[in-house]
Design a protein around this ligand. Structure first.
Ligand code: SF4
Length: 431
């Protein structure tokens, strides 16, 4: 007899769009389209959703009752790992039913599955979420063991047991959100990244190659949003001006086809955001032709540029693939073309010396004097990256003071202070 299964998404504000993608994947597959989905925000809501699911399933079926299972799907970024563990413990202590399986996915769990499992999750999804969630639901409904599903990891006794991940997915096969459950978000246009910056989880999680959603597919989803009354259209990509290319040089014809097509679908009044949250622009991609193209189609006048450091030495050690002069040139060009550049800077990168910090602060000063804004971050030794074992980013009292001075003038923003604490928590003790 088949198993009745409910999926409860342990919904968090950060990373909520990942759940919308999973929900869309389940809804799009005819084999899983009818599975019950609940979005539960916070431990009390999760406990209540789990209890309701088990009680409703028990009440709805005639004897002999089929088996029931509840899959609680968790996804969190590295800084949220500790709060997620606390939430899991709260849920587990309130609901100790063996029919409930807690599955963790996302960048952090994928990079450190064993630590995630030892923190209390039953299973880690290491593969691409859209496929793994469908496979888990099918296996669960069939009453199979979930740890045999491809792209998962579990503890077998005291040992980590992993199943191989499948082929990478094509974005055109993956809905960017869930129409059926009314859960929307930005349309992911590119997954994976060729740049492999040593502090970044994206290429190590999503692959070191670009995979693009086709223009026709993007426009299909844009029209679905238009039909539902949306007025703002955003796209998710690691590097906006890499749309359509497979190497380091932008393919502006592909970017134009995308933006012109979307603009045609949304008309002149609705807002098209590109090169700003939740995507950014690499500085070497900022040229007069690319800026003219953006000005023709996009609504935003802020452009988020990845700068990261004012020191060529630190940029080279991080394998960023550009130097500091390129960042300043990009910001100047952006300003000339009517954009306000918001430039990301990362303090405390491995090997950074006081001279490097001073070069970064000077670079920031020059940029803000011209009219740019700076977005400050502190380096986090993120799981899955080559810098995982590096010392956590730390700011000296003098740097902190300089950043606060810029912040008080309204030219710098960011979470660098909280990130310094998070970085210390993430540090791997020397072995
Ligand atoms: S920081 Fe940006 S460009 Fe570098 S690897 Fe990450 S996503 Fe790619």
């Amino acid at each position: 007899m088949a198993t009745v299964l409910t999926v409860v998404f342990a919904y968090r504000r950060t990373g909520k769009f990942a759940f919308h993608v999973l929900s869309g994947a389940l809804a799009a597959d005819p084999r899983t389209a009818k599975v019950a989905q609940v979005f539960a925000n916070g431990p009390a809501a999760i406990v209540s959703a789990v209890r309701d699911a088990l009680a409703a399933a028990d009440a709805a079926v005639a004897a002999p009752a089929p088996a029931h299972r509840v899959l609680v799907a968790w996804s969190f970024y590295t800084p949220d790992f500790a709060p997620a563990v606390a939430e899991l413990q709260t849920v587990r202590s309130a609901c100790r039913d063996p029919r409930v399986v807690h599955v963790a996915g996302g960048v952090h769990a994928t990079a450190e599955p064993e630590a995630t499992l030892r923190a209390g999750w039953d299973l880690v999804a290491t593969g691409e979420g859209e496929r793994t969630i469908v496979d888990l639901v099918l296996a669960g409904q069939a009453g199979h063991e979930l740890a045999i599903v491809p792209g998962t990891a579990a503890l077998a006794g005291d040992r980590l047991r992993r199943t191989p991940r499948g082929e990478r997915l094509q974005l055109d096969d993956c809905p960017p959100f869930s129409l059926a459950h009314g859960r929307f978000g930005p349309i992911e246009i590119t997954r994976g990244c060729i740049y492999a910056c040593r502090f970044c989880q994206t290429p190590y999680f999503a692959g070191a190659a670009f995979r693009h959603r086709s223009v026709a597919n993007v426009r299909y989803w844009v029209r679905e949003l238009v039909a539902r009354g949306f007025r703002d259209f955003r796209f998710l990509t690691p590097t906006s001006l890499s749309y359509g290319t497979y190497g380091p040089d932008p393919d502006l014809a592909a970017v134009e086809a995308l933006l012109a097509g979307v603009r045609e679908d949304i008309g002149p009044e609705r807002r098209l955001w590109f090169g700003t949250f939740p995507s950014e622009v690499r500085p070497e991609h900022v040229t007069a032709p690319s800026l003219v193209l953006l000005r023709r189609f996009v609504t935003n006048r802020a452009l988020i540029l990845g700068g990261q450091s004012g020191s060529d030495r630190v940029l080279a050690a991080s394998e960023r693939g550009h130097d500091a002069a390129t960042v300043e040139r990009a910001a100047a060009l952006a300003l000339e073309h009517g954009f306000v550049p918001h430039v990301d800077f990362l303090f405390g990168l491995p090997g950074e010396t006081p001279d490097d910090v001073s070069a970064t602060l000077q670079c920031m000063d020059r940029l803000v004097a011209r009219g740019a804004k700076a977005h400050g971050h502190t380096f986090l030794p993120l799981p899955g990256t080559p810098f995982r074992r590096a010392a956590p980013g730390r700011l000296t009292a003098e740097v902190r003071q300089q950043l606060l001075r810029l912040a008080s003038r309204g030219v710098l923003y960011g979470q660098w202070q909280q990130q310094e604490e998070t970085a210390a928590r993430l540090a791997v003790p020397p072995s």
